[in-house]
Design a protein around this ligand. Structure first.
Ligand code: RUB
Length: 345
């Protein structure tokens, strides 16, 4: 997508180096940084310089390339690096999926330099995630088109599931970008998304630069907006989807789904198949990341709470499948019951 008229992806690999837009500096500063080792990748994922489920998967994939390069014939060293990459963040299954995919591909290759096979597979994943998000946009557009009774559609979204969170196009934002590019009148309510404000900072930044009509609202405003008839559809991304359709996404998503259910508003999850965890049956098995309490207490060192009081910072919550109207994927739109029939890629 575009920033100041120039096309970017949120991560790319150039001249042997992974490059990212540092998401901790946006929207104040647009800075591209180099990640030159598996440790750099792990640090960027942990500190959320790269974030969003599909993007941390692709970052992890390039981390496997570095891990092979750094380990030579030392298998123990390689194993330790692979484990550290997979554990950099616990909730989004895309990271484990991508690291395993690239690692197994490189291990099973019989070429002299497995790091080159890892790089090949990481590049392949990079391209396939872009294509998947484009398809999610096209499928999601058909839903928005159906809702388009009075000329415009009001979407509510939570967190950042735009092109910054993927490699390009986004997941929850892809249908919005697609519909607007086809001339539809779309307005988006952007949840601020405390404590790191990925909505207010990142989604708003993306929509501003793509000229999408949007308004940032507090995390608690969604229920009122829905009661007032100002929301036609809720679309969010996902960090992990269990086989029964229970879905982990940014903390606060569950409350939006409850409010949507109470107000008869369709609630969709947009995600690539790589976000489905085919190994777990329900949301009870999804690990929820607990992040530092300082993210709640401080913003750039400025206190936001009575700081001697403890804070508890759950990164994600689980929305039960019964509250989810459907899943917009690159393979089509599915109900929770249909997910079991899909195949792992
Ligand atoms: C990101 C987040 C996004 C999901 C889904 O959390 O919850 O909503 O990753 O979006 P964080 P997408 O900012 O903590 O990584 O599927 O586009 O990643």
């Amino acid at each position: 997508m575009k920033y100041n008229g120039k096309k970017y992806t949120s991560l790319w690999f150039e001249n042997g180096i992974a490059k990212i837009i540092d998401q901790t500096l946006l929207p104040e500063e647009f800075k591209i940084i180099d990640l030159r080792s598996s440790d750099d990748i792990i640090d960027a994922i942990k500190s959320m310089k790269v974030r969003g489920a599909p993007l941390i998967g692709v970052a992890g994939a390039y981390g496997v390339y570095y891990a092979f390069k750094e380990s030579g014939d030392d298998h123990q060293r390689l194993n330790n690096k692979i484990t550290a990459l997979k554990n950099a963040r616990p909730t989004a299954v895309n990271l484990q999926f991508a690291v395993d995919l690239v690692y197994e591909h490189a291990l099973n290759s019989n070429t002299e330099d497995p790091s080159e096979d890892a790089l090949f597979k990481a590049d392949e994943l990079y391209k396939s995630e872009i294509k998947a998000c484009k398809r999610i946009g096209e499928y999601g557009y058909t839903i928005l088109r159906e809702l388009n009774n009075n000329g415009s559609v009001n979407v509510l979204t939570h967190c950042n599931a735009g092109w910054l969170a993927t490699v390009d196009h986004g997941t929850a934002s892809a249908p919005v970008f697609e519909a607007v590019s086809r001339g539809m009148d779309i307005h988006v309510w952007v949840d601020e998304t405390r404590p790191r404000n990925q909505g207010g900072k990142l989604t708003a930044w993306e929509y501003y630069h793509e000229k999408i009509s949007h308004i940032v609202v507090t995390d608690n405003a969604g229920g009122l907006l829905m009661q007032n008839g100002d929301v036609d559809i809720v679309i969010t991304g996902a960090d992990r989807i269990a086989l029964n359709g229970d879905t982990a996404n940014k903390i606060g998503t569950y409350l939006k789904a409850l409010a949507a259910y109470d107000n008869n508003i369709p609630f969709y999850i947009a995600a690539p198949i790589s976000t489905i965890d085919f190994g777990i049956l329900s949301g009870k098995e999804i690990p929820i990341e607990i992040r530092s309490e300082d993210e709640i207490k401080f913003e750039k060192g400025v206190p936001l709470t009575h700081t001697p009081s403890p804070a508890l910072n759950h990164g994600f919550d689980i929305t039960p499948a019964r509250l989810i109207t459907g899943f917009i994927t690159e393979k089509g739109i599915f109900t929770a019951e249909q997910l079991k029939g899909l195949k792992k890629i």
